[in-house]
Design a protein. Structure first.
Length: 240
């Protein structure tokens, strides 16, 4: 999930430029707008908070955004912050809002995943562009819990009833001296989110389709009834 970029922002931009850093690095990886209200981190304890993270939609999608996170907590090993490999002990994301918008040409989440995949194809991590050194990461524990999925299918109008997704839990990411890059980690997490959405959205999408068909059938029936009544009335007038 792109929330990892906020944690990485703590690592790369340990000053008032955290917000600017995340909003710059995020779009390089996901090719969508990233907005962040702020990040707080205590370098003594290593604990921190991420507030108001919003991942925008690719061009052509109409839902407000793809993902929004009100707040998330993280814990970093203070001694690793200035080393080549930063150890993030935990990231916990609670009740994020996920907007799935699909159609015949694809969906917004898979489009973002494709963008992230393309970003990880290069030799360099996008987070390392500029004067910032390339850092490896290790994430011991990553949890997304209570994620609420909102589903919209193009051409149907509105949303299906929200679905609460099962918990997504990763452990021991980036173990060993090589670690993992921010882009690689983002791809892994976003791929899991997309897979969970695909698995759990099928029923709701079917319900939306049934609703559309029922609506279309009712509309067609009403039209037929009106047409039939019109013909009947016409014959009545002709007899008079």
């Amino acid at each position: 999930m792109i929330v990892i970029l906020a944690a990485v922002g703590v690592v790369y931009f340990l000053d008032t430029a955290i917000k600017k850093g995340v909003e710059t690095v995020g779009p390089q990886i996901a090719k969508v707008d990233i907005k962040l209200d702020g990040v707080r981190l205590s370098l003594l304890s290593g604990s921190g908070k991420i507030k108001g993270l919003v991942v925008g939609n690719p061009e052509g999608y109409k839902t407000p955004h793809a993902i929004s996170v009100g707040s998330a907590s993280l814990a970093v090993s203070p001694g690793s912050v200035f080393s080549d490999k930063v150890v993030i002990k935990s990231i916990r994301v609670e009740a994020p809002e996920i907007y799935y918008e699909g159609g015949l040409s694809g969906d917004n989440l898979r489009t973002i995943l494709d963008n992230v995949t393309a970003s990880t194809g290069g030799a360099a991590d996008p987070a390392a562009k500029g004067d910032q050194p390339t850092k490896k990461l290790q994430v011991d524990d990553f949890v997304i819990t209570g994620a609420k999925l909102n589903i919209s299918i193009k051409g149907t109008g509105g949303f299906a009833a929200p679905i609460v997704l099962p918990e997504i839990h990763f452990t021991n990411l980036g173990q060993g001296p090589e670690g993992i890059t921010a882009a690689e980690l983002t791809k892994k997490i976003f791929a899991e989110i997309t897979a969970s959405v695909s698995k759990n959205a099928a029923g709701a999408i079917a319900d939306i389709g049934k609703g559309v068909m029922d609506s279309a059938t009712k509309s067609a029936t009403d039209s037929m009834n009106k047409a039939s009544k019109g013909v009947t009335d016409l014959f009545k007038k002709m007899k008079e």
